[in-house]
Ligand binder design. Structure first.
Ligand code: NAP
Length: 508
């Protein structure tokens, strides 16, 4: 090493891409980058294991509520799913298996938490600040997902409660709830999976419901060994089964995305499910939703209603006034004393940008610009933040189909963008403002007639009722637009004579 090299720290290497997050989406991006011949990238993950939301979702009963055959990437399918709706441990194992199957280990940087992103226009480089130092890259794919963070809800008196506080998204397995008096706050997608399990082991379970959801029977069951063998030997057979399920979900969009006679039909099925499984008329009334099906996420469970009717379970619909040192006080003046409270109250959904500052062109801050009204083009690119590709970005959410189907479209689009940067030697690729505005004007117009805007409150909407999360259409429409990467939608600047990169090697 020369004396000069010893004195001056070398600029960190400029990678072709940095991918943030090693859950389903980050690993899917890594697989597709490699498939496109792009090897110079790293995947940064704050935890010490891959898996994302499914690494953390270990609550009792955790499972996917979309059929497993659809809850995976078509380019990385799993013929071995044991059940129609797989438990979380199996999903976690599948995600971990992707690392070996697609030889991704060398790209992973575990225990590396991203703290900030900043773009340098003149170099065309993102600086990614992390808990382990800086990374630099020509492109960044933000794949940390919308459900990566969770915290206790803002309930009066929560600090005073002396019993165990358990967050559904971060289950504390050290607390033994067997035989204990337990309260569950929330009756959403996680709660309907947790409650049947708790009722089996706890002494008593009180369920605090704020809003009754639409609950559809979940037709779960084992996938026979013979079918698994056929899927393993004949991938086409698995693809056909997946396509059939995809088609069924697409049909559901006609009732879940838009408020139509199909919505009323879905509600009739929900009411029939309630009538057939809940005997008590008063309980049925308490469990009857007062909003259009699809407005909030549909709940899929065949054992939630039976669990609520067990002798050791009670549904409480009085609003929570405050938590007390011993339990929960409801507005009818009753104190419900419990040993533990399970908060199945949802995630800290990042509708207003990733949970770290993102600084784009001319010092603009994504979190400021997105405050209230997040916007992107095709949910992946956002004006002013060149070479940045979002997964699960604004208006990318499915209301009726698998999130991974949509994510696959986003990953393909991001990789097409990164290929354009590399092949055309671009300094930056920034979506045009007029293109983004026109796209969002169309999206917001189409959203007006959807079920999500039919009057309920949900995490799909920002505090002022702006829908920044859902895509108003069929998955097929979404995927078609994502296959169409048009360079003319972008302002581009090439390096021209100033070639700073030599095939992803160090910047000078
Ligand atoms: P969620 O669906 O948002 O449900 C949260 C529940 O807590 C709701 O019933 C909500 O009532 C209630 N709640 C929130 N704050 C409250 C408060 N301060 N006081 C009283 N009640 C309160 O959250 P989640 O069950 O964690 O699910 C979140 C998302 O995770 C789902 O929408 C889904 O996308 C995903 N998920 C997926 C799966 C899967 O299988 N793929 C499984 C679980 C979760 P209100 O309805 O009145 O707001």
């Amino acid at each position: 090493m020369s004396p000069r090299e010893a004195r001056e720290p070398r600029e960190p290497r400029v990678h072709t891409a940095v991918v943030i997050g090693a859950g389903f989406l980050g690993l899917g991006t890594a697989i597709k980058l490699r498939e496109a011949g792009i090897e110079d990238f790293v995947v940064l993950e704050r935890a010490d294991r891959v898996g994302g939301t499914w690494r953390d979702a270990t609550y009792p009963g955790a499972a996917c509520d979309i059929p497993s055959l659809l809850y995976s990437f078509s380019f990385a399918s799993n013929p071995g799913w044991s059940r129609a709706y797989s438990p979380s441990a199996e999903i976690r194992a599948h995600i971990e298996d992707l690392v070996d199957r697609f030889d991704l280990a060398g790209h992973l940087r575990l225990g590396t938490e991203v703290t900030a992103l900043a773009f340098d226009r003149s170099a065309g480089v993102w600086t990614v600040s992390t808990s382990q130092g800086e990374y630099r890259a020509r492109a960044v794919v933000a794949a940390s997902g919308p459900l990566s963070d969770a915290s206790l809800p803002d309930l009066r008196g929560i600090e005073d409660y002396r019993g165990a506080k358990i967050l559904s998204a971060r289950w504390d397995h050290d607390v033994d709830l067997a035989g204990k008096d337990v309260a569950v706050i929330g009756t959403g997608a996680s709660a309907v999976q947790i409650i049947p399990e708790l009722v089996r082991t706890a002494g008593s379970v009180k369920v605090f419901q704020r809003t009754a959801g639409w609950v559809m029977p979940r037709l779960d069951g084992e996938i026979p060994q013979t079918a698994r063998e056929v899927f393993a030997r004949l991938p086409l057979a698995q693809r056909a089964a997946r396509t059939a399920l995809y088609g069924v979900h697409e049909v559901m969009a006609t009732g879940l995305v838009w408020d139509t006679p199909v919505t009323s039909l879905i509600q009739q099925v929900g009411r029939l499910h309630l009538r057939l499984t809940v005997k008590d008329r008063w309980l049925r009334r308490q469990l009857t939703p007062d909003f259009r099906a699809g407005c909030k996420r549909m709940l899929m469970s065949s054992d939630y209603y039976p669990a609520l009717q067990q002798d050791n379970c009670k549904l409480i619909t009085w609003p929570i006034a405050t938590l007390s040192p011993d339990g929960i006080r409801t507005s009818d003046g009753v104190e419900h004393q419990v040993d533990a409270i399970v908060f199945a109250t949802g995630y800290d959904v990042h509708l207003e940008g990733p949970p770290y500052p993102v600084t784009g062109l001319d010092g603009r801050l994504l979190q400021d610009e997105w405050s209230g009204h997040p916007q992107a083009y095709k949910s992946v690119s956002t004006h002013g933040y060149p070479n940045l590709f979002l997964t699960c970005g604004p208006n990318s959410g499915p209301g009726h189909n698998s999130l991974l189907v949509y994510a696959q479209g986003q990953i393909g689009y991001a990789v097409a963008g990164i290929r354009a940067i590399v092949e055309r030697d671009l300094r930056y690729l920034d979506v045009r403002k007029d293109v983004q505005d026109a796209y969002n004007e169309r999206i917001q117009r189409r959203l007006r007639s959807t079920t999500w805007m039919s009057g309920c409150t949900s995490w799909y909407l920002t505090a002022d009722g702006f829908n920044a999360s859902m895509y108003p259409g069929f998955a097929t429409q979404y995927l078609r637009q994502m296959r169409d990467f048009r360079i003319s939608d972008y302002d581009v600047a090439s390096h021209g004579a100033r070639r700073l990169w030599a095939a992803g090697v160090a910047a000078v």
